[in-house]
Design a protein around this ligand. Structure first.
Ligand SMILES: *[C@@H]1O[C@H](CO)[C@@H](O)[C@H](O)[C@H]1NC(C)=O
Ligand SMILES: *[C@@H]1O[C@H](CO)[C@@H](O)[C@H](O)[C@H]1NC(C)=O
Ligand SMILES: *[C@@H]1O[C@H](CO)[C@@H](O)[C@H](O)[C@H]1NC(C)=O
Ligand SMILES: *[C@@H]1O[C@H](CO)[C@@H](O)[C@H](O)[C@H]1NC(C)=O
Ligand SMILES: *[C@@H]1O[C@H](CO)[C@@H](O)[C@H](O)[C@H]1NC(C)=O
Ligand SMILES: *[C@@H]1O[C@H](CO)[C@@H](O)[C@H](O)[C@H]1NC(C)=O
Ligand SMILES: *[C@@H]1O[C@H](CO)[C@@H](O)[C@H](O)[C@H]1NC(C)=O
Ligand SMILES: *[C@@H]1O[C@H](CO)[C@@H](O)[C@H](O)[C@H]1NC(C)=O
Ligand SMILES: [Cu+2]
Length: 425
């Protein structure tokens, strides 16, 4: 029986992954159904892009060298591509999800992204790259963990929390696109969302009643890794947590020299990991703030995201004014110096360490390639566009059976065969 189950596993492996045949690295699989939902993050109902009905979408959790498989089904009314920002796509540039290397996924179609997060670590995010769709959502976190044999330059955190901050308009991306196409400025955003939610009502005049806000629950006396991504379209944001230091530890795939910040400017597209020590007395909850930078703050007050950090032993609601942002409205020097203060940690570098693993960035200085093939066979589900669009095979995912369904059926049949073998032996 053990041989048989081994054989069935092997067969499943071969059947499902025959077109890949990279190396023995593990696979992580995700199903993304991309569709519109109606949500009211700022109190106004609007069309938002959701993944599996959720906004923001799920966080992809992978480990260095994993093969990531994401079946994306497009239930929008327009073309779609998902871009895996920061993923290097070694020998898989056609999986990058941007126009130029990729044909768009038409409505009612699907495309199964398959790529290896080769030699990478770090915090990234994915987003829809076409038609200004990102202004309506469709984004989520993308984590690449170290392999166990590679040490990380800090103790294993007690928790891993993804925070997506970004400017937001109550107009949908179609309306925003129309304005841009007509040569108009988008103007001041209507707010800043934190994990898809509007601001906590820190001020009754500025924030209307009834807005759902994000609450992040933590235990006292622990250390959490928080991964903060600016997923907005144009606004630089200052990120800070009331009464807490942010110990910067990693940014977009490199560990940094660890330094404490009371606040950090995070520009659009950037990702940072901080180590947050819950060392306060929990006399209240604490504000988590992301406010617009380089603008007249008395005019831009509404462009402020506020979430709540709640200790499990918290004695009450967050109160008082928000923690201060840097007081330098129109002077970029502070921000520039802050950015310059971030240093990569390359660990000890000696002549002898050539060809070995870099201790802290988890990236091999020389590893053997997973495959020597430069060309892989054309996948069955290839998308064609432009001059080649005549080659496109028709597809309508609304009537197709899912991969899960079929592999389960296959597995069940194998199990039946396995169960019968001992009878005939
Ligand atoms: C998007 O916004 C435009 C302009 O306000 C509106 O006409 C359209 O119905 C909206 N689309 C959806 C699906 O809500
Ligand atoms: C990612 O998966 C690993 C195990 O595969 C788990 O230990 C870790 O907690 C997960 N991280 C997140 C953020 O879910
Ligand atoms: C709320 O915001 C308004 C407008 O900026 C301000 O005048 C007022 O002092 C604030 N209230 C509190 C309690 O901070
Ligand atoms: C950062 O601040 C925390 C307290 O919030 C402190 O324990 C830690 O030693 C500081 N680390 C550095 C590198 O300054
Ligand atoms: C908790 O800490 C705050 C400062 O962060 C201080 O003002 C307050 O008095 C402390 N409360 C208690 C009960 O220790
Ligand atoms: C910021 O806006 C306020 C309100 O309109 C205005 O009174 C003030 O002069 C502006 N500040 C600067 C520095 O332009
Ligand atoms: C790839 O090619 C190199 C040089 O020809 C060779 O040393 C290496 O073993 C090959 N790797 C694989 C996985 O075939
Ligand atoms: C999506 O793509 C995969 C891989 O090409 C295919 O096997 C599957 O049937 C497609 N349809 C659905 C509904 O996922
Ligand atoms: Cu990118």
């Amino acid at each position: 029986m053990s041989l048989c189950s081994f054989l069935s596993l092997l067969l499943i492996h071969i059947t499902l992954f025959v077109s890949l045949c990279y190396a023995a690295d593990p696979f992580v699989n995700y199903e993304f159904e991309v569709s519109y939902i109606t949500a009211s993050p700022l109190g106004v109902p609007q069309q938002v892009i959701a993944i599996n009905g959720k906004f923001p979408g799920p966080t992809i959790n992978s480990t260095t060298n994993n093969n990531v498989v994401v079946n994306v089904r497009n239930k929008l009314d327009e073309n779609l591509l998902i871009h895996w920002s920061g993923i290097q796509q070694r020998r898989s540039s056609w999986q990058d999800g941007v126009l130029g290397t990729n044909c768009p996924i038409p409505p009612k179609w699907n495309w199964t992204y398959q790529f290896q997060v080769k030699d990478q670590i770090g915090s990234f995010f994915y987003f829809p790259s076409l038609n200004f769709q990102r202004a309506s959502g469709g984004y989520g976190g993308f984590i690449v963990n170290n392999r166990e044999i590679i040490p990380i330059p800090f103790g294993t955190p007690d928790g891993d929390i993804t925070i997506m901050i970004g400017d937001w308009y109550t107009r949908n991306h179609t309306a925003l696109r129309k304005a841009l196409d007509a040569g108009k400025d988008l103007g001041m955003p209507d707010g800043v969302l934190i994990n898809g939610k509007g601001p906590y009502r820190y001020n009754d005049t500025l924030v209307p009643d009834g807005i759902e806000y994000e609450t992040i629950e933590v235990h006292p006396g622990r250390t959490y890794r928080i991964r903060v991504h600016n997923v907005g379209v144009s606004t630089s944001l200052n990120f800070r947590i009331q009464s807490h230091n942010l110990l910067l530890a990693e940014t977009e795939g490199s560990y940094t020299v660890q330094q404490n910040y009371t606040s950090l400017d995070i520009h659009v597209g950037q990702s940072y990991s901080f180590l947050l020590t819950t060392d306060q007395n929990a006399s209240t909850d604490y504000y988590i703030v992301a406010s617009a930078r380089f603008v007249n703050e008395s005019l831009w007050k509404r462009v402020t995201g506020v979430a709540i950090l709640r200790y499990t032993n918290s004695k009450g609601k967050a109160k008082g004014p928000l923690p201060d942002s840097p007081n330098d409205e129109f002077d970029k020097t502070f921000s520039m110096n802050q950015a310059r203060s971030i240093r990569m940690d390359y660990g000890e570098w000696t002549e002898n360490s050539r060809g070995t693993y870099n201790k802290w960035d988890g990236i091999a200085r020389s590893t053997t390639q997973a495959t020597n093939k430069t060309e892989l066979p054309m996948p069955d589900n290839a998308l064609y566009c432009g001059a080649l669009s005549k080659l496109q095979k028709p597809e309508d995912i609304s009537s197709a059976t899912s991969i899960m369904g079929r592999s389960r059926l296959f597995f069940t049949l194998l199990m039946i065969v396995c169960a019968l073998i001992p009878i005939f032996r």
